[in-house]
Each structure stands twice: as structure tokens, then as C-alpha cells.
Design a protein around this ligand. Structure first.
Ligand SMILES: [Zn+2]
Length: 282
């Protein structure tokens, strides 16, 4: 029950802050000026050009670009063989107030839900994991539509005379909407939670057809460069198995990875170190 309550808060927080605390809504989700600035900067980005939202009237003033982050966090006996991991899903807005960017942005990071890894990701289709993504999908689609959902995540009706029943089918936040523009994750999360290829598999990339045999070919043009996926190719490659990919405008372009985990502390340091020392390692 807990995952359902927490994930649904993605919707209720958006609506409640807009109604009751408009100044805080602007801090956490961004002002109209920041939205216009953001969408202007996106004008030539492939993700924007392929999106459905760009056909929505006044989308530059109403769509808040969100980032969804998932990761496993050691919760017990850190560094020990019997260490336990908790999987955590968080959420924030890319156009939040400048005062809440960078480290202070952590204050604007909303905890959606968390559960022990052994309960939810030991098998990709484990029931807890499925339940979390079912509610998350429902929540994110409602945010995208900007309409309070007619039914609960399990398709049952809202309780009679409940606040939710009264709001069903009405605007969520006066026409404001939210789109997931970034999904951030490390390589473990890509495989275990999002159902993307494992980093050390024969075909390790979710975004192109590179194989383990061609991954070190960085000539220009290397043969794999022409195999970069658009969303249709991504779906045809059977990579869109996570329920999040059925939410409008969540596509292969939404997958941004996690630069802190997978870049600066990983391959980049070796690449730059090798280049600067005059002995490229590749
Ligand atoms: Zn690739």
C-alpha cells in the first residue's frame, strides 16, 4: 500500500501546491518566465522536435519539465558482505528556482517511494516493483494530461463523496502540466529497474546497436553511429519494456543516464588522464 500512497503524491503535491501555496509552487516547479526560457533553449533538440507536447497550445508557459531519478542506496552494514540496499525513486523539476539548483537542489527533491532491493528488483517482474511502476505510470500520465484522473491506479472508482471523486476529470492545477524530460540512473539501475540492456552484455547500449565487438571503435564514422535509435527503433528492439515508456513523451530521448555515477567518476577520468599525460589509453 505504501508505494501507492507515495507515488500518487506526485500528482497531489503538484495540485495542492498550485492551489494552496502558489509561491512555493513557483519555487519548486518554476515560474512562467523560466518555462519559456527552458522551452526556447530546447527548440532545436531532437527530444523536443520528436515530442507531442510541442503541438500543445501554450506549452511553453504550461509544461513543467521534470526529472525522475532512481538509485540503490546502502541502508545497512555499508561495505560489508551482508550490506542491504534500498531502492529510491525521487523527482524534481528542471525549472525550479535558481536558488534551488546545484547542491541546494536536494531540498527540492521529492521522495516518491523506496523499498528494499531484495523485495523489488531481485527479479525485474517482482510484484512490488510492478506495483510501484504501475502507480508511477498512472501518476506521470495524470501530470502530463493536467487532469485529475477519473479512476484510481488499479482502475477502481474513487470512494463515493471523496475529495478525489469531486476532482476527477477536472484540471489538476489550472492548466499546468508536467512532462518527464529526464530519467537519470546509473548502469545497474538501467538493467535492474528500467529493463534496459546490461552494461556488460553483448549489446550493451539502450540508445544504439553497438555491440561488444564494436564498442571500442571510435573512428569517425564508426559503423555503430548510424544505428543510433529513434523511439520507434528503440521499441522495435524490444527495449521499451518498463511501463514508464507508455507515458506520453517518455521515450528513448528521455534516458539521460547519471553523469556523476557513469562519467566523472568512471570513464571520463581515465580518458582525460590518458589524454593529458600524452599517452591516450584508447
Ligand atoms: Zn550507444
Amino acid at each position: 500500500m505504501m508505494p501507492e500512497i507515495r507515488a500518487a503524491r506526485v500528482v497531489s503535491r503538484f495540485a495542492t501546491l498550485f492551489d494552496k501555496m502558489p509561491a512555493m509552487f513557483e519555487v519548486l516547479y518554476g515560474s512562467v518566465d523560466r518555462l519559456v526560457e527552458f522551452w526556447s533553449a530546447m527548440a532545436n533538440a531532437p527530444q523536443y522536435l520528436q515530442s507531442k507536447l510541442r503541438h500543445v497550445r501554450d506549452h511553453q508557459r504550461n509544461f513543467h519539465p521534470m526529472t525522475l531519478f532512481g538509485d540503490g542506496v546502502a541502508s545497512y552494514a555499508l561495505g560489508k558482505a551482508w550490506s542491504k540496499t534500498v531502492n529510491v525513486w525521487t523527482f524534481s523539476c528542471l525549472t525550479k528556482s535558481p536558488a534551488h539548483q546545484g547542491f541546494r537542489g536536494l531540498l527540492a527533491q521529492m521522495l516518491i517511494t523506496m523499498c528494499h532491493k531484495n523485495d523489488c528488483v531481485a527479479k525485474f517482474n517482482a510484484n512490488t516493483h510492478k506495483a510501484i511502476y504501475k502507480v508511477l505510470k498512472w501518476s506521470l500520465q495524470a501530470l502530463y494530461d493536467g487532469i485529475w484522473p477519473l479512476l484510481r491506479p488499479d482502475n477502481s472508482p474513487w470512494p463515493a463523496s471523496s475529495d478525489e471523486q469531486g476532482r476527477a476529470g477536472k484540471l489538476l492545477a489550472g492548466g499546468k502540466r508536467g512532462v518527464v524530460w529526464h530519467i537519470n540512473f546509473d548502469l545497474d539501475w538501467a538493467f535492474e529497474s528500467l529493463g534496459l540492456p546490461r552494461w556488460n552484455s553483448r549489446s550493451p547500449c539502450a540508445k544504439c546497436g553497438v555491440t561488444i565487438a564494436t564498442v571500442s571503435d571510435i573512428r569517425s564514422p564508426a559503423p555503430w553511429i548510424d544505428s543510433v535509435y529513434d523511439h520507434d527503433k528503440f521499441v522495435r528492439a524490444n527495449l521499451a519494456t518498463c511501463p514508464l515508456f507508455s507515458v506520453t513523451d517518455i521515450t528513448v530521448e528521455t534516458l539521460k543516464g547519471d553523469w556523476l555515477h557513469s562519467k566523472h567518476q568512471g570513464t571520463d577520468s581515465y580518458l582525460f588522464g590518458g589524454t593529458l599525460s600524452g599517452n591516450p589509453i584508447i
